[in-house]
Design a binder for this molecule. Sequence first.
Ligand code: 5GP
Length: 236
Amino acid sequence: MKKKELLYEGKGKKMYKTDDEFLLITEFKDDLTAFNAEKRGNEAGKGALNCKISTELFHLLEKGGIATHLVETLSENEQLVKKCKIVPIEVIVRNVATGSLTKRLGIKDGTKLPFALVEFCLKDDALGDPFINDEHCLLLNLVKNQEQIEEIKTIARKINSILLDFFDTKNLRLIDFKIELGLDKDNKLILADEISPDSCRFWDKETNEKLDKDRFRQDLGNVKMAYEEVLKRILN
Ligand code: 5GP
């Protein structure tokens, strides 16, 4: 499958058209951004690591009954994916309080939550991806109806449950993550985008060492080593 014109360039990926109107090619970039792209960096090889990690996790989720956009991997940093209409909501699932949750609600960093918390952000860089609730989703016509919101939450919780169990066996705590869903050509919700240390938080089970993009956000160093460690544990 050959790349045709560039359809879209985001902070972490580029999307290209292909000869097939229903398929796109995703290219994972080495760029790192944080705080709505106010902080920028580049880590050679990061794109390839995220491509591999995301591919492994999407395969795992497919096996668990989650429909995804992934068709196949084309190279170390390219995937062939199904074209879909992205639902403009960032769906965040949290198992442990950290990041913006601790800032917004004053919960102590590292507190284990009594249940998996699902939150929504409006996917809008100009507005800084604000947190929104179910009614905002309906008000802005981001979803068809309340039933679709419930379906999104059910998919998000199922993904969380599969990934929690999986990472537990890899000595990693899945703290939180962000996913994006899309509607395929049959209007079915499918998992799109990526699941990688750019979009998740992973802490080592024994030491709570951060092995994700917080290393870049918080200038902790060894960003690439952390991503390599996550991939190593996934493959082990
Ligand atoms: P927080 O709201 O605490 O900043 O982020 C919660 C989780 O969602 C973290 O795992 C974070 O990496 C992920 N996340 C939130 N917003 C974005 C975003 O715009 N892009 C990516 N890649 N991940 C995000």
